[in-house]
Write a protein that binds this ligand. Structure first.
Ligand code: NAP
Ligand code: ZN
Ligand code: ZN
Length: 349
């Protein structure tokens, strides 16, 4: 066991503050990592504030981790001391169910173990990346393919925002010749725009913030639609092959469903704390349209995404913050005032 400094929420309405936590001793399959950078995901905020009603306290969020390997167990050959490594949303799963056997650990039938907040179906708490140090089984540690050390902070958000958008874009076979919508230009949304554009799709960004138009075009969108403007929306009726919705708040899905072609899919990745209003059934059945969901991505696919992003020179657009600014960052995130991912410089802790 070793002690390490971290930032934790002690209750839903108290600000995050410094605490000391314990990390396990490095076992034969473990990789010990000194955390350099940790991205700030909206799920961190949902969890710290118990918005999903399942938070274990103290809550140390953070699942977009990049750091330096400081020790490895005797069975570890994939990593050595001094390597740069990444940790995303999961640190374990059952390893033998049908989903785990298909490298889909995020859908583990016993529930994967989250990097923070413990196993999905309950159990001992786990502490995430808002800390100096972490110990993780090698099966859940990622190789970082980006070679420029100056980019490492901007690579961190790929570990959640990157894979959460990459996985559904791959699952629905997004590529050249397709018109793809991304809803919401936040952490996930801006990665969705970059990745879908790199896959060759024609990307349209839907936003509630008209002042993000220029940024969306710079990030790779071919067109930007202000979703509150009914006329702008109507111009795209029935024309989309796929729409990925990253919005963190409940909202009417029907205006987006109406933009889908026959047989096309609206995939939800945003996870609001209360349900969206009901979808219009006739709008679905007359065009055989689908609403789907998607959860992060498996470890193998996360590695594939990191390699894809390195190959296409994709990183996140970030604003670096010290650990001490996390509470203010959460407030700005709630106002959609993030360009486009906060990343904590862990040297500040
Ligand atoms: P974020 O950076 O806060 O971005 C969310 C974006 O949604 C905002 O920037 C804003 O974009 C838009 N938005 C916010 N409130 C809205 C409202 N009331 N109506 C319409 N649009 C609104 O959050 P994030 O980190 O990308 O996470 C987004 C959601 O995905 C969260 O719920 C998070 O928990 C969830 N998530 C899910 C998974 C998964 O595996 N499925 C993984 C990670 C995160 P505009 O200003 O452009 O409108
Ligand atoms: Zn996340
Ligand atoms: Zn499993």
């Amino acid at each position: 066991m070793s002690k390490t400094l971290a930032y934790a929420a002690q209750a839903p309405h108290t600000p995050l503050a410094p605490v000391e936590i314990e990390r396990r001793a490095v076992g034969p399959d473990d990789v010990a990592i000194d955390i350099l950078y940790c991205g700030v995901c909206h799920s961190d905020l949902h969890t710290a504030r118990n918005e999903w009603h399942n938070t274990l306290y103290p809550s140390v969020p953070g699942h977009e981790i990049v750091g330096k390997v400081t020790a490895v167990g005797s069975n570890v050959s994939k990593f050595k001391v001094g390597d740069v490594a990444g940790v995303g949303c999961m640190v374990d799963s059952c390893r033998h169910c049908a989903s785990c056997n298909e490298s889909l650990e995020q859908y583990c039938e016993s529930g994967f173990t989250g990097t923070y907040n413990g196993p999905v179906f309950g159990g001992e708490n786990t502490f995430g990346g808002y800390s100096q140090h972490i110990v993780v089984d090698q099966r859940f540690v990622l190789r970082i393919s980006h070679t420029d050390p100056a980019q490492l902070a901007a690579v961190a958000p790929l570990l959640c925002a990157g894979i959460t958008t990459y996985s559904p874009l791959r699952q629905w076979k997004v590529g050249p010749g397709q018109k793809v919508g991304i809803v919401g230009l936040g952490g996930l949304g801006h990665m969705g725009v970059k990745i879908a554009a790199a896959m060759g799709a024609h990307v349209v960004l839907f936003t509630t913030s008209p002042n993000k138009r220029e940024d969306a075009l710079r990030l790779g969108a071919s067109d930007v639609v202000v979703s509150k403007n009914a006329e702008e929306m109507a111009a795209h009726a029935g024309s989309f092959d796929f729409i990925l919705n990253t919005v963190a708040a409940p909202h009417d899905l029907n205006p987006f469903l109406n933009l889908l072609k026959r047989d096309a899919t609206l995939c939800l990745v945003g996870a609001p704390d209360s349900p969206h209003p009901p979808a219009d059934v006739f709008g679905l059945i007359f065009k055989r349209r689908r609403i789907a969901g998607s959860l992060i991505g498996g470890i193998a696919e996360t590695q594939e995404m990191l390699d894809f992003c390195a190959e296409h020179s994709i990183v996140s657009d970030i604003e670096m913050i010290p650990m001490q600014a996390i509470n203010e960052a959460y407030e700005r995130m709630l106002k959609s005032d993030v360009k486009y991912r906060f990343v904590i410089d862990m040297a500040s802790l």
